[in-house]
Design a protein around this ligand. Structure first.
Ligand SMILES: Cc1cc2nc3c(=O)[nH]c(=O)nc-3n(C[C@H](O)[C@H](O)[C@H](O)COP(=O)(O)O)c2cc1C
Length: 190
């Protein structure tokens, strides 16, 4: 077991501490081949019953435009507001939709399965960051609307948890402002 000092300098500790979200990204994106090992590693998340209650979808190129059109169809927007909404998915070259796919189980409730699916998204964000990519998990008010569901081909057992917006580090990127917490406040004792 690592001492507290060694743990604080471990590769994993540093990767977690270094991770940040990027609201602006460059046009570079990982290829599918580059993504696959990261997805495999993210699947190591704690998963009650090993149900794998999740799936991911890559949205590149015009798939992002179709998502923009689904946002517009789901909203009451028109004119310039509709144009702005339609452009939202174009903020990154790659969006990874995170789908919670609840499996039939007497033992594992839906919320436990959703926790595993969310864990995959968090791990994948971390792995992307560690691999030198930018990622930001985004949702928005239209994530669970009919047109967006239809576009992603969701089944009755599925819910969208949002998208990881993924791209390269922009040249003008500034260090992110990260607020630290006081762990004493968050770690109680029963
Ligand atoms: C489920 C989920 C949905 C989110 N949706 C949005 C969003 O729609 N828009 C947004 O600005 N941030 C959203 N965030 C927060 C960002 O992903 C990010 O965590 C936040 O900007 C703080 O940056 P940091 O990750 O570098 O600390 C979401 C986070 C989670 C976990």
């Amino acid at each position: 077991m690592l001492s507290t000092t060694d743990a604080a300098t471990s590769v994993v500790f540093r990767a977690v501490n270094h991770r940040r979200s990027y609201s602006k990204v460059s046009a570079l994106a990982p290829t599918r081949a580059e993504l696959l090992p990261l997805v495999a590693a993210a699947a190591r998340v704690a998963d009650h019953g090993a149900l794998r209650p999740w799936r991911l979808l890559e949205l590149r190129g015009d798939a992002r435009e179709r998502l923009g059109a689904a946002f517009v169809a789901a909203s009451a927007c028109e004119g310039s507001d509709a144009l702005k909404l339609a452009a939202k998915p174009l903020r990154a070259p790659l969006l990874i939709a995170v789908v919670a796919s609840r499996r039939a189980s007497f033992k594992v409730t839906d919320w436990e399965q959703d926790a595993a699916a969310a864990g995959v998204a968090h791990l994948l964000s971390l792995l992307l960051d560690d691999a030198g990519w930018c990622a930001m998990w985004r949702t928005g008010p239209l994530v669970r609307t009919g047109p967006v569901r239809v576009l992603h081909g969701l089944g009755d057992n599925e819910e969208l948890l949002g998208w990881l917006y993924v791209g390269g580090i922009p040249e003008d990127s500034k260090p992110g402002v990260r607020l630290s917490i006081d762990p004493e406040e968050f770690l109680g004792v029963l």
